[in-house]
Design a protein around this ligand. Structure first.
Ligand code: FAD
Length: 515
């Protein structure tokens, strides 16, 4: 511990004991230390955490001493002011911090920070208030810890039957977190970012701003007019590391009074091209008002929650011949291409989709994880126009790489208004290093293959962010240079979510952090 004055070391040791006193009653773990951020001496780090615990309350600073953990500690602020305190503290000690709303970013990194040793700011536990639901304007104002379920239930409890919310496949996540990652749902309000109005943001140097009309004191339009006056800055706080959002306005959809979900089945993979061509004018013309989903047969089977061994016990991807059998099974459903929902079993996945199409939160889709033992998700999510040729190119690219790596291919096209995302969730055994590597290699190949054809991901897993950011490299990486300029101006100490979306602050840049 050379270089640290003796009295400081003693102080740090006492602070360390104190922290362990706070959070760790079990003395057998006393010797275990959290993973410490690079560039900080461990006792100085523990002492800094103790200082933070004095500001936020001991119960709200939790050291994470679990083995193999990425985060060093988790802090739970209760207000915008406390978020500011954390940010100022991080600047003082140059400690990387990583904000999450609820941390359920499954398929894209969950609650994990990008840099090992980061302190995670968990906004879920104590910043989970619904600040306003306005039944006249059809808007709400939320803190980051409000889940889709909580918002739905609050609207129901108030008897506001005239308003719908929009939900992603999994309703357990945060409305703010999902929207900041530019997530999607399936009603006409499925583009969550497009439906937000107004942010409150703590900047990496501790100042607080309100965007849009929120900048005008006494306004009553923060949630009804998203733009305000001057440059529209909201976008830079999505998929970025430029600020911590502490409040967000969201617009709500009028209940249409009635709706109908349709289920069509198509028996041949080659049908995909024509199907997409038919869907495009229906979506752009808003005749099909909801975000449409085209799901592969295996995906529909996987979501039943049974292991793949129920259908196939061999190694590698499920072969076509087995799929034909499954397909034949599906064909036992009355032969019309349009399926009458009353002929389906009550637990059919159709009914989950039907609920989601009406903004009712659901979790059934998570059953995929049962497909393999110790199942984990990681997603490949390229964007294309709603065109049959593009669908076929992406489909065959994904299929070829999945076959090569012996992984079952579970694609779904999510058709927005003028574009579609292909979402391929790789479900793999997280305890099997061979399967983990295959998932990672397969994803990395697909990202490169897609970029060569002009397709880019709309969102990606933490581990793939550098690679995906690297594909958006037009004009000698002009966009990343701009992002880095913003990062250095807004976050000179480089404390906020270093590496998120491939944006590294200057003190990390080019020092081997990129993957
Ligand atoms: P968080 O994990 O809290 O936030 C996401 C990221 O945004 C964080 O990692 C952080 O970097 C940033 N962030 C969060 N809060 C803040 C803040 N306050 N300030 C600054 N930055 C912040 N996603 C969809 O969009 N649509 C789907 O239909 C969908 N279906 C899925 C189906 C399956 C089977 C799986 C596995 C995943 C699916 N996902 C889907 C992905 C994911 O589960 C959801 O998007 C989920 O809502 C994200 O978690 P969260 O809302 O808790 O966000």
């Amino acid at each position: 511990h050379s270089g640290i004055p003796e009295n400081l070391l003693e102080k740090a040791k006492r602070a360390k004991a104190l922290i362990y006193d706070i959070r760790t009653k079990d003395t057998s773990t006393r010797q275990r230390l959290p993973v410490v951020p690079q560039g900080i001496e461990k006792y100085a780090f523990i002492q800094a955490l103790e200082e933070l615990a004095q500001q936020l309350g001991k119960a709200n600073v939790e050291i994470n001493d679990k083995l193999l953990s990425v985060a060093s500690a988790v802090v739970n602020p209760s207000s915008t002011e406390e978020v500011q305190k954390i940010v100022l503290w991080a600047n003082k000690y140059s400690i990387p911090i990583f904000p999450i709303s609820m941390g359920r970013n499954l398929g894209y990194g969950g609650a994990a920070p990008r840099v090992r040793g980061s302190v995670v700011i968990d906004l879920d536990k104590r910043m989970n208030k619904i600040l306003d639901i306005n039944p006249d304007d059809y808007t709400c104002l939320l803190e980051p810890g409000v889940s889709f379920y909580a918002l739905y239930e609050a609207i129901q409890a108030k008897g506001f039957d005239h308003m719908w919310i929009d939900v992603p496949d999994l309703g357990g996540g945060s409305v703010v977190g999902n929207t900041l990652d530019r997530g999607v749902g399936y009603t006409p309000y499925g583009d969550h970012w497009a439906c937000h109005s107004g942010l409150e943001v703590v900047l990496p140097t501790g100042e607080v701003i309100r965007t849009g009309m929120g900048a005008l004191p006494g306004n009553n339009t923060w949630q009804t007019f998203p733009y305000g006056f001057g440059p529209y800055s909201d976008g830079i706080f999505t998929q970025s590391n430029y600020g911590i959002v502490t409040k967000m306005g969201m617009t709500l959809m009028p209940n249409p009074g009635a709706y109908e979900s349709y289920l069509y089945t198509f028996q041949k993979e080659e049908d995909l091209e024509a199907l997409i061509e038919i869907t495009r004018p229906l979506r752009i013309g808003n005749i099909l008002e909801n975000v449409a989903q085209l799901r592969h047969g295996i995906q529909t089977i996987a979501v039943k929650g049974l292991p793949r061994t129920k259908y196939f016990t061999g190694s590698g991807a499920i072969p076509e011949s087995v799929l034909d059998i499954i397909d034949a099974e599906f064909k036992k459903i009355p032969s019309a291409r349009k399926i009458d929902p009353s002929t389906l079993p009550k637990d059919d996945y159709f009914f989950s989709r039907d609920r989601i199409a009406a903004g009712v939160p659901d979790l059934v889709e998570l059953l995929w994880v049962n497909w393999v033992p110790n199942g984990a998700h990681v997603a490949f999510s390229p964007v294309s126009p709603i065109r049959g040729t593009d669908a076929m190119k992406l489909y065959s690219l994904g299929k070829r790489r999945h076959d090569e790596f012996g992984i079952d291919f579970l694609p779904a096209f999510i058709v927005g208004l003028r574009e579609m995302h292909l979402i391929v969730e790789i479900v793999y055994d997280k305890n099997d290093p061979v399967k983990r590597k295959a998932a990672n290699d397969c994803l990395r190949e697909m990202i490169d293959d897609a970029a060569k054809l002009g397709y880019g991901e709309y969102r990606t897993h933490l581990v793939l962010m550098d690679q995906v950011a690297g594909t958006y490299n037009w004009n000698d990486n002009a966009l990343m240079k701009f992002n880095e300029k913003l990062k250095d101006a807004l976050d000179p100490k480089g404390i906020l979510a270093p590496g998120k979306s491939g944006i590294w602050p200057s003190r990390y840049r080019g020092r081997g952090w990129e993957m």
